[in-house]
Every structure is written in C-alpha cells, then in structure tokens.
Design a protein around this ligand. Structure first.
Ligand code: CMC
Length: 436
C-alpha cells in the first residue's frame, strides 16, 4: 500500500498520497488539496513544487549528481558526442550505429535555413543581442515550416531534427551577419560541432582549420548543457507548451527565459565580472565583499544554484576542459587566474560556506568559449544550442504526459478588498493618477 501524508486542520485529518521517484525522492500528491481543504500551497519560485513526473534527467543537489536517462554526466562528457546525447535525451536510449547514422543524416538534411529568413537577419540593428535575434527567429520558423498537426512519429522526429539543426545554423548566421561577413552554409561532410565552428569562423579569405580537440571540447560543452530537469527555461518551455502553442513558440519561450543573468545569461555576466576585476587591478576581494553586502544587489556571477548545495558536477568538468583547451592553444588568459583566485577566496569565506554557494557551470564556461573564439554576446546562444535537446525532450514528454494539464498556478491575493469607484473629480491628489 502506498504511503500517505496526513494534514490536520481544525480537528479534521486529511490524507494525501505520496509519490516516490526511482531515486527515492518523495512528493506529496496535493492535486486534491484545494478541493478537500480549501487551501492552496504557497511556494515562491516553486522551490518545493514538483510540476511533473519526468524520466529524462536526475539531479541530486546534495551529492552533486547529474544523470541523463540514468547515465552519469561524467561518463557522457568523456565518451559520448553531443549528437548521441541529444538522441539519448529525445529517445530514452543510446542509439545503435544505424540509429545514430539515421539521426545525423536527418540533422544534415534539415540544416539549411530558408533563404527568405536571411532578410530578417539582415534587418536587425547591428547591435541587436543574438539572444533576441534567436528567440524571434525561432518563433518565425513556424511560418516557414509546417506546424505539427497529426502527431505522427515521423513528422515529430523531423520537426525535432529541424529545430536542432537549424537553431545551430541560425546562431552562426546571426553572428556572421552581425559582423557584416559572408554567411557560411552548413556542410554535410562535417560533424554537428565541426559544422558549427566552420559556419562561425570560416571565411573566403581565411579558411577555418578544424581542430579535433576544439571539436571534442565543444561536444563536451554542449553535453554539459544538454538538460537540467525543471530549470527556469525548461519550465518556460513546458508552461508555454501546456497552452498547446506550436513547438517553435514554446522553444522560443525557453530561449527568452535562458537569456536572464540569473540563468543562462550568467556565462556572459561572469566574464564581464572577471574583466571588471581585472581592470580594477585583479583583486577579487572587493567583489566578494560587495556580494556579501545585503545593501548591494551585486551577486557573484557563476556562484550559487537553486539545486546544488555542493560542487556543480558540470563545473568540475568545465574547469578541467578550460585548462586543457587553454594549454593546447597556448593561451594565457589572465581571467582564468582571476577566476581561480576568486573561487578559492569564496570557497574559504564563511558567507559562501554557510549558504552553500559553490561555483556553477557558468563560472568557467566563458573562459572556454573565449579561448575558442566565441564572442561574449554569443555565450548564452551557445548555452541555448546546448540546452535545445533538453527543451525538446521535455516538451515531447509533457505532450505525452497523461497527467499533463494547462499550467495555471494560483496566488494568495493581498490587494485591496472590494471598494467603490471614485469619480476623478472627487479623488484626493495623492491617490489620483494624473492624465498626461
Ligand atoms: N552571490 C552572493 N550571494 C548569493 C549568491 C551569489 N551568487 N547566490 C545566492 N546568494 C545568497 C542570496 O543573497 C541569499 O542570501 P539570504 O539568504 O541572506 O537572503 C541566499 O544566498 C540564497 O539565495 P537565493 O537567491 O534565495 O537562492 P536561489 O536558489 O533562488 O538562487 C541563483 C539561485 C542561481 C539564482 C543564485 O545563486 C544567483 O543569483 N547566482 C548568480 C547567478 C548565476 O550564477 N546563475 C547561474 C545559475 S547555474 C546555470 C543556470 O541555471 O543557468
């Protein structure tokens, strides 16, 4: 018999079933709470609320564990490729050789972007942020490619491949156009990651030489970002998707949510912070002090996480990758030294220790991206390309979920009670809104 939790109120006992996940995590099923008791729950930021059951990604924030479909992130980063990991997230199992080839071929088949879309790219202001361009362009894809209608598997797989492949092409296109350079088309003979690097950096005057270590590094970077259960952008994809909008609009919502500096935008914010420290003499101490000051809104970017109360397992891999790539490219980046100093100081500071604030995935990722030539305003776009398989897998799961419903949270209303309308002539000056 399944476990129950009892709630006692006014001498009456209400029972609610307990749901247990495969890793032992327990949740109280409160679906009947309001109906039975009249209560709702109050949980700002949904920090204690499970909004779905999911079999995609497991995170244990106390132990620093991250697994996709049961496979530890460390093993995937070492042995898998981004395309294989994307297949795993979308389909639940690692592919056979044939399945992987068919999947890669499909990505290649859908890598081109409609030529008319180039007009859009060209008409964004030169200084437009690539995240804004990307979210607009993903919404616009719906007007160029068929919307999912029948729900057939083949049609679904094609749409997922279309998004995975085209978002990467569009990201590189946005970069080239922003620089006023010739757009480089995708090539069928290159792997997913090599293709992206080539589209970003090849030029008619200087052909890009593909470096296997950089390609491997980019695979690792994107594998680390591929999914992270119900994070802010994924929750946005599920929430917007729950209204049954088209898939492009749901993914575009995820891109917009990711842009925020508390989420994916942190990778750009970290580099900006490290640069500021560098320009101010290289001592992180004043920044640590600012982060601790309750009266200063400044936070140490790349530090802290809603779930991880220990080292983020992705950060450990990212840090190693940074060192490897910088060594390989013989780059001496002073920001890496500052980052290491800052990390050490923060980890030894009682404020960060007590609050269990550790470096997260974004702390070192910008240094890696800088080293391979990605400009700062493209950092969050890089995160978005990586997170895409996760968003798509989570969207697909939510569409197939028998418990799935329109997201529509409740609130505790704390505004004025009913009052009578006051004609404008009778309003006190202090309460009246002056018309302009
Ligand atoms: N620097 C200084 N203090 C911090 C930081 C930080 N980076 N992060 C949290 N705190 C403090 C915060 O002030 C609060 O203190 P108090 O209890 O005294 O009010 C306490 O720690 C708890 O913070 P919170 O904001 O309630 O915790 P949260 O779970 O809502 O926040 C977070 C998680 C990631 C938004 C936050 O740690 C943060 O703002 N970090 C910096 C931005 C960042 O690196 N974001 C990337 C997250 S990982 C990748 C991703 O999700 O995209």
């Amino acid at each position: 018999m399944s476990e129950k939790v009892k709630l006692e109120y006014n001498g009456k006992i209400y029972e609610f079933p307990v749901i247990v996940g495969t890793e032992g995590e327990k949740a109280i099923d409160i679906r009947e709470l309001r109906e039975k008791t009249g209560f709702i729950t109050y949980d700002p930021g949904l920090a204690n609320t499970g909004v779905c059951k999911s079999s995609i990604t497991y995170v244990n924030g106390e132990k620093g564990i991250l697994r996709y479909r049961g496979y530890p992130i460390e093993e995937l980063a070492e042995k898998s490729t981004f395309v294989e990991t994307a297949y795993l997230l979308l389909n639940g199992e690692l592919p056979t050789k044939e399945e992987l080839k068919a999947f890669s071929d499909k990505l290649n088949d859908h890598s081109l972007v409609h030529e008319d879309m180039r007009e859009f790219f060209q008409n964004f202001p030169r200084r437009a942020h690539p995240m804004g361009i990307l979210s607009s362009m993903v919404t616009a894809l719906r007007e160029f490619y068929p919307e999912l209608k029948e729900g057939g598997e083949e049609e679904l797989n094609t749409t997922l491949a279309r998004l995975l492949s085209k978002v990467r092409t569009m990201a590189a296109m946005a970069y080239k156009i922003s620089r006023g350079h010739k757009v480089i088309y995708p090539r069928h003979d290159l792997s997913y990651c090599a293709n992206f690097l080539n589209m970003m950096f090849d030029s008619p005057v200087k052909p890009y030489v593909i470096d296997d270590d950089i390609v491997k590094g980019l695979n690792i970077f994107w594998i680390l970002h591929a999914d992270h259960e119900q994070n802010c952008s994924t929750a946005a994809v599920r929430l917007v998707g729950s209204a049954k909008v088209n898939i492009y609009a749901a993914i575009s919502a995820g891109i917009s949510a990711l842009w925020g500096p508390l989420h994916g935008g942190a990778n750009q914010a970290v580099i900006e912070m490290l640069k500021e420290i560098y320009e101010n003499g290289g001592d992180p101490k004043p920044f640590i002090e600012r982060a601790k000051d309750k009266n200063d809104p400044f936070r140490l970017m790349g530090f802290g996480h809603r779930i991880y109360k220990t080292h983020d397992p992705r950060e450990k891999i990212m840090k190693k990758l940074c060192h490897k790539i910088l060594d390989k490219l013989k780059i001496k980046d002073p920001l890496l030294d500052i980052a290491r100093k800052l990390e050490e100081m923060a980890l030894n500071d009682p404020y960060f220790q007590e609050k269990k604030l550790y470096p997260n995935v974004d702390f070192y990722s910008g240094i890696f991206l800088r080293a391979i030539g990605i400009p700062e305003n493209m950092f969050t776009v890089m995160f978005a390309i990586g997170r895409l398989p996760g968003w798509l897998a989570q969207w697909k799961e939510s569409m197939e979920d028998p418990d799935g419903k329109l997201y529509r949270p409740r609130q505790v209303y704390v505004g004025p009670s009913k009052r009578e309308y006051i004609p404008i002539e009778e309003r006190e000056k202090s309460t009246a809104t002056e018309s302009t």
